[in-house]
Design a protein around this ligand. Structure first.
Ligand SMILES: Cc1cc2nc3c(=O)[nH]c(=O)nc-3n(C[C@H](O)[C@H](O)[C@H](O)COP(=O)(O)OP(=O)(O)OC[C@H]3O[C@@H](n4cnc5c(N)ncnc54)[C@H](O)[C@@H]3O)c2cc1C
Length: 349
């Protein structure tokens, strides 16, 4: 069978790209060096929004905003098609002080995002003072989202090859002729780099101006019989994400530790100390994990065709918000393939 697109990487970005291409009628093969959905997309919190949107550029706001507008439909479509509930829900996000009230209010007004000044004890029993509440912010449960995306790819006829590690490209003139993998060579009409934090390293000199590097994040997981609160909480850079079944994720760190995905006792202690400053009675976490975000300058991903290699595309470098940005990024990739690239996210020389 002739392959139109060979996608490298089976995280939220690679799987979402596969779905959009398959729906457009292309033949797609996706490879992953381990199992799909086991790296950053699995490790992430699943908040479907930038944390403090007012701290980011319009490039981030636009892509995240488009995706946030698509997610409810995407989750419903995945549920109808696969039967897997991604646990998408608008749980809202409550900002605890200290925060930049004026900056947040001005930004939300300009972008028509609802932001309400609230009394904290309306949302959190026994908590004094005031907070800011963003009722429209949603969340998703990452492992379930990834299972649903994968199932959808297979249902649409996409071929998934796991334990296939991309090693290097055979380049002839201005095109890729084939991809060498740990299990032999594979070829396709075109190739899509969606290998998350590993994308630039894998491309070597062909990465050109695309600077994606790993930024580690660690999360603690708590478990309660019933959810202690229903909204996502954000206090400066610390977030609490309550799931329906009583799990609460608390994260995260931002660490430049290369490709080292190990958890550390320092991060455990730091996160726990921040948790206890707010909730002194909380029990010990039941789990601790780390993931490598695909870090990129200003959090702006690269989506589009390589400056010189005519059959190579990228969809990578989504840094802190790749789950949020996944549906709109897949659509932008398809637009680029159709000859309508968005220059904001172009592959830089
Ligand atoms: C702690 C933490 C919290 C986060 N919280 C959020 C959040 O709340 N909301 C949000 O939107 N985002 C969040 N993120 C960021 C988000 O998870 C990432 O931006 C997103 O998952 C990136 O998706 P991806 O598909 O590009 O990368 P990944 O999910 O890392 O997938 C890349 C895939 O490529 C494969 N691969 C790598 N090298 C090769 C190779 N040589 N050959 C074949 N396959 C290869 C890997 O095995 C992997 O499966 C968080 C991240 C972390 C770590």
């Amino acid at each position: 069978m002739k392959t139109d697109f060979l996608i490298i990487g089976g995280g939220a970005i690679g799987l979402s790209s596969a779905i959009v291409l398959l729906e457009a009628g292309f033949k797609v093969v996706l490879i992953d060096r381990s199992s799909t959905g086991t790296e950053a997309s699995w490790a992430g919190g699943g908040i479907l929004s930038p944390l403090c949107s007012w701290d980011y550029s319009e490039a981030v706001t636009t892509l995240a905003g488009r995706s946030m507008g698509m997610f409810e439909r995407t989750a419903a479509m995945l549920f109808d098609a696969t039967g897997i509930d991604t646990e998408y829900r608008k749980s809202g996000m409550l900002l605890l002080p200290p925060y930049q009230n004026e900056r947040a209010t001005t930004w939300c007004k300009a972008h028509q995002v609802t932001l309400n000044q609230v009394r904290l004890d309306e949302h959190l029993q026994g908590m004094q003072g005031e907070g800011l509440f963003m009722p429209d912010i949603a969340q998703v449960r990452n492992p379930r989202l990834l299972q649903a995306l994968r199932r959808r790819v297979e249902m649409l006829g996409g071929k998934i090859l796991e334990q296939y590690e991309a090693l290097n490209f055979d380049i002839q003139y201005d095109k890729i002729a084939s991809l060498k993998t740990s299990k032999g060579s594979l070829s396709a009409d075109a190739y899509i780099m969606a290998a998350g934090a590993w994308s630039s390293a894998l491309l070597g000199e062909h990465a050109m101006g695309m600077e994606v590097r790993p930024i580690r994040g660690q999360i603690l997981l708590f478990k309660f019989d019933t959810p202690p609160f229903s909204n996502i909480l954000l206090q400066e850079n610390l977030y609490f994400i309550p799931r329906k079944d009583g799990h609460v994720l608390v994260g995260s760190t931002l660490e430049d530790a290369g490709f080292d995905k190990r958890t550390t006792t320092q991060a455990w202690a730091y996160l726990l100390q921040r948790v206890h400053a707010l909730f002194p009675d909380w029990p010990s976490p039941i789990k601790h994990w780390a993931g490598l975000r695909p870090g990129s300058p200003d959090n702006i991903p690269t989506i589009g065709r390589h400056p010189h290699l005519l059959n190579l595309y990228a969809n990578c470098g989504h840094f802190r918000y790749g789950v949020t940005m996944s549906p709109a990024s897949a659509k932008l990739l398809l637009d680029s393939i159709d000859g309508h690239p968005d220059p904001t996210y172009r592959w830089r020389e």
